[in-house]
Design a protein around this ligand. Sequence first.
Ligand SMILES: C[S@@+](CC[C@H](N)C(=O)[O-])C[C@H]1O[C@@H](n2cnc3c(N)ncnc32)[C@H](O)[C@@H]1O
Length: 266
Amino acid sequence: MQYIRVNTLKINPKILKKRLEEKNVILEETFLHYAFKVIKSPFSIGCTPEYLFGYYIPQSTSSMIPPIVLNPEKNSFVLDMCAAPGGKTTHLAQLMENSGTIVAVDISKSRIKALKSNINRMGILNTIIINKDMRIFKDYLLKNNILFDKILLDAPCTGNIVKDKNRNVSKEDIKYCSLRQKELLNIGIDLLKEGGILVYSTCSAEEEENEEVIRYILNKRDDVELLPIENNFKKINVIGGGIEGTLRVIPPNEPFFIAKLRKIKS
Ligand SMILES: C[S@@+](CC[C@H](N)C(=O)[O-])C[C@H]1O[C@@H](n2cnc3c(N)ncnc32)[C@H](O)[C@@H]1O
């Protein structure tokens, strides 16, 4: 299954749909008026002039949910802690109508290149790209009292390992990811303003990387609460997660886990 998200900063979804249909691409509506399922295409959907103009990005519909749940306001100050290659950063910028500021951080030099390219191609003007380890960069932010209204933590997970390296996931991999996720989530909460919102997501189906991480943070800290996410997503397999108020996207859609947290005191 292949999907595209239309970059509404550059083109109206109906106009793009018509343009691609004139080239014999068959598209179907999804739960989002600016995303389409690609039923059939005579060419690779990642190498059309429209793609190069930044009119759309190929992306799973599951991965469109975390930015929608975060729902950044125009002119807000947003941190994307694990941003590359930028599917969600560019979506956040689109939702913010290119206003406010997004600080997009990623540890990987090679993936940062893809993030830069997506940001340039899609005409994103409100994003600062930082190639750093969040576990180190947080010290600079905290020292300078730089706190955020909204944070997306789309955490590294075993789902990415499978996609990137095409290998089996071991128990050690899951344990390693779970520890890293807890560490990053703690940092994320530290960097929120009082009343600020953090959305945690992974594309792993493992309990240890999802519900366990959320239970850990709720038990460990008294400055954060879980906010229930309303499941009003249609035409996509979204169910309640293992903790009430969290969501899981299940196959045949790409598996995803999404939780929403609010910092209640600083
Ligand atoms: C799930 S991917 C992010 C996908 C991205 N949000 C998107 O929608 O295109 C996780 C990312 O976390 C990055 N990462 C892992 N550990 C990190 C750390 N300590 N600090 C910053 N980025 C990190 C990885 O390089 C990887 O790009």
